[in-house]
Design a protein around this ligand. Sequence first.
Ligand code: CMP
Length: 236
Amino acid sequence: MQPSKMGLEEARHLLSNCVLFRGLKPEERNAIVNRTRTRTLKSGETVFSMGSPGDHMMAVLSGTIRISVPAPDGKELLLAILQPGEVFGELAVLDGKERSADAVADSPCTLAILDRRDILSFLEQHPAAWLKLVSVLCERLRRADQQLAEVALLQLPERLAKAILRITTNEVKPKTSPEKPIIQFSQRELASMVGGTRESVNKCLAAWQRDGIVQMSGGKITISNMPALKFISEQG
Ligand code: CMP
């Protein structure tokens, strides 16, 4: 990681969008910003690896962070792509155990880093922030349960259709029409989201392309027939 060139004012502004620090009074926000270090990362740079000790948590100020669990054969299960305003690294900070997943910059990023001591004293002084942190954990547990149920109970086409529909609501390319959204995810990334292989995802997408449901070109996937994709996602 490299020291950030981001100014204090910008960090303060971006931190106010963070789920934990929204709604703070300016002087409270300043107090937390004063205890925060910022770091920039290049795309692909590792923030931390699963199994490492962790005594700090992070807020994404800009860029995106990929949270995944690696497999011995080089594959991975993608748990989440975190957007600006989201926090991560809270588990090891709260329970004192090892990092539960890898965190890697998915694009050039700036992170705000808070040491355990500071985050715990912040939470003690702002009990309302505990509730926000707990709702982040609840949301992640819900999504993880959903992902587990999908991998265990659904066939690949349904899982893939659900994953693509989720992406179209969260991360669609700007300026695309809601009827024909465009997403930019590689087949390897889609496979790691749905617990499949790249080959099986490729086979499924190729069949959908033949049926006019999607159109693949230049690393982008256009959803040409949303009703058909929704129908496939509801088959399970
Ligand atoms: P920690 O265990 O300290 O390090 C890995 C981090 O990844 C973890 O804290 C969480 O912040 C984050 N994380 C783990 N599982 C998920 C998930 N299913 N969805 C989103 N983030 C997660």
